[in-house]
Write a protein that binds this ligand. Structure first.
Ligand SMILES: Nc1ncnc2c1ncn2[C@@H]1O[C@H](COP(=O)(O)OP(=O)(O)OP(=O)(O)O)[C@@H](O)[C@H]1O
Ligand SMILES: [Mg+2]
Length: 209
């Protein structure tokens, strides 16, 4: 682990991304690294507006609109936040990126997974692919239990959290096939363990990049 890396965390709703990402960032910092923690969608001034349009539930975009808004947010994020941080020598750890778009906006919405859309996804990255992706592999039923617990503790769910089981199953299978297609970049972490165990497994992977 020497030069700055771009690391993304992926997985279904409630798989533990945010929980594990912040612990991973603390650990990287404890090792003396300069780290930027960020997320999609919405971690730019413009992106905040896009996030609100996407997730507030005020609007229901058709699948193509939804996809384009996520891509617009990404291009802004890459150019304004991620690339400058990497250029300054920072490690960047991002909660969701292109794999989520592929899983949710293509597979989840049953948009045809064709070369044109794949090229658009790549185009919106503005030349920046992750060095490593941590996929938190949690079966949909386990994730649903965690989400229920989270909601009963008062956290407000967003529009995509409320999708039906079939949607979340499609998302899960999409992540699994992306991992199969990209075993070098995307590391599968069994997310069923407790928080400390999952964190240990993530550090094990990141120690070897
Ligand atoms: N390993 C774990 N065991 C049990 N509960 C967990 C574990 N990891 C996270 N949780 C709990 O599960 C819930 C979902 O975790 P978290 O918010 O980190 O998931 P997420 O992947 O970021 O979800 P979202 O996609 O909705 O942002 C939280 O209430 C969290 O405290
Ligand atoms: Mg989260």
């Amino acid at each position: 682990m020497t030069t700055a890396k771009f690391i993304t965390f992926e997985g279904g709703d409630g798989s533990g991304k945010t929980t594990q990402l912040s612990r991973t960032v603390d650990w990287l910092k404890s090792q003396g690294k300069d780290v930027l923690q960020t997320f999609e969608p919405g971690d730019t001034a413009l992106g905040k507006e896009i996030r609100r349009l996407l997730l507030s539930g005020e609007h229901t975009p058709v699948p193509v609109t939804e996809l384009l808004l996520f891509l617009a947010d990404r291009a802004q994020h890459v150019e304004k936040v991620i690339k400058p941080a990497l250029a300054a020598g920072k490690w960047v750890v991002c909660d969701r990126y292109t794999d989520s778009t592929l899983a949710y906006q293509l597979a989840g919405r049953a948009l045809e997974d064709n070369q044109t859309l794949r090229d658009m996804l790549r185009w919106a990255e503005c030349g920046l692919s992750p060095d490593v992706t941590i996929w938190l592999d949690l079966p949909v039923a386990d994730a649903a239990l965690r989400m229920q617990a989270r909601e009963s503790s008062g956290e407000v769910a967003n529009r995509l959290d409320h999708e039906k089981k079939a949607f979340h199953e499609a998302v899960y299978h999409a992540f699994a096939s992306i991992q199969k297609e990209n075993p070098q970049r995307m590391k599968c972490i069994d997310a069923r363990g407790d928080i400390a165990q999952v964190q240990q497994d993530i550090r094990e992977v990141l120690q070897h990049i």
